[in-house]
Design a protein around this ligand. Sequence first.
Ligand code: FAD
Length: 377
Amino acid sequence: MNESQFDCAIVGGGLAGLCLAIQLADKGREVILLEKEEYPFHKVCGEYISNESYSFLERIGLPLTTMNLPDITEVKISSPNGKSLTRKLDTGGFGISRYTLDALLFELAKKKGVVVWQNAQVNEVVSDGDSFVLRTGRKEYRAKIVCGAYGKRSLLDRKAGRHLPGAIPGALNYLAVKYHVKLDFPPNRIELHNFKGGYCGISKVDGDKCCLCYLTNAEILRENGNTIKLMEQNVLMQNPHLKAYFSEAVFLNERPLTISQITFGKKSPVEQGMLMIGDSAGTVTPLCGNGMSMAMRASFIASNLIDGYLDGRITFAQLTFLYKKEWHNSFSSRIRTGSLIQPLFGKKILTNMAIGLFRAIPWAADKVISATHGQPF
Ligand SMILES: Cc1cc2nc3c(=O)[nH]c(=O)nc-3n(C[C@H](O)[C@H](O)[C@H](O)COP(=O)(O)OP(=O)(O)OC[C@H]3O[C@@H](n4cnc5c(N)ncnc54)[C@H](O)[C@@H]3O)c2cc1C
């Protein structure tokens, strides 16, 4: 293998990038993946994976059935005043920390022959007609195809003016906070508790821990002196369920993991000749979809089309056209629904009313819940 000329280069080694790399390596392609962090590392994420991607993960080589992961079969949702609703999940999901999952996929990718460079932030991608050149601080790489799998926030998007708050029409600016905690909590349940300005998800992951992760708008933090602890006491703990959890939980990290300036919505699945996979093409609100499964599904779609291009079965123009088409068919309506629903949550009166309504008409709740889960692929 020529160490700086590849069939495909992937920028970013989250779920989208790692899964794409593994599938292309399985098809015999020479792949390089550049990740700016070093595995294993934590990520802000609710860590509930919809079962739609269970068989996909097993197929690419992750032995999920042997891992004794929490099997999540019901959801409990509460409004800010604590009124709650519990429903069975049709598709359901499982819990695994991103620390564990991404590291396992990284090992799998290496085993399958993917060249993975860690601590390698890509600063620039340019096309010279025949191929692409990727530049990190240390080295340059060439590839026939480049995929952007760099998530919702990246230097590359900043340079392209793609992700700035407000760059997506109608997008709000959110902040997310995540902890791993020890808590007496049912392993088969995910709970979503609303509070003024946001909501908090809790579910079990590997290692008998719970992932406690919340999303709020930046304004709520500002109103609380930009202090997370104060915001949790003054706002989140107004919900009696969250009050109990925050009081009883043993917090396993000294400080939470946070990310700010998150926006939700559609970007573009192809940008300057790069196929965008996962959150880099558009982000769905965690309440209204399953971003991780969407990232994996996008990698599945892209891997088949890229293989066709590298084989000469389709042209580059057909590759980008077909990827855009399949991407829109698979995700557009999910992202649109998400953007419409997201602003309703965290609105005290509206959420109280919605939970009241869903308690009276439970089948309507089931319909909304099932719209957030896709079909297996
Ligand atoms: C608060 C919150 C809770 C969520 N909860 C859930 C949930 O419970 N279930 C669910 O399914 N989804 C959830 N999601 C969504 C889910 O986390 C994302 O959809 C998913 O992580 C997308 O995967 P990705 O591979 O596209 O991006 P990421 O996992 O973000 O990976 C992108 C990678 O690219 C790297 N990178 C960035 N820039 C560069 C660069 N220039 N060069 C090299 N590397 C770079 C980053 O370090 C990162 O590792 C949640 C999201 C949020 C914000």
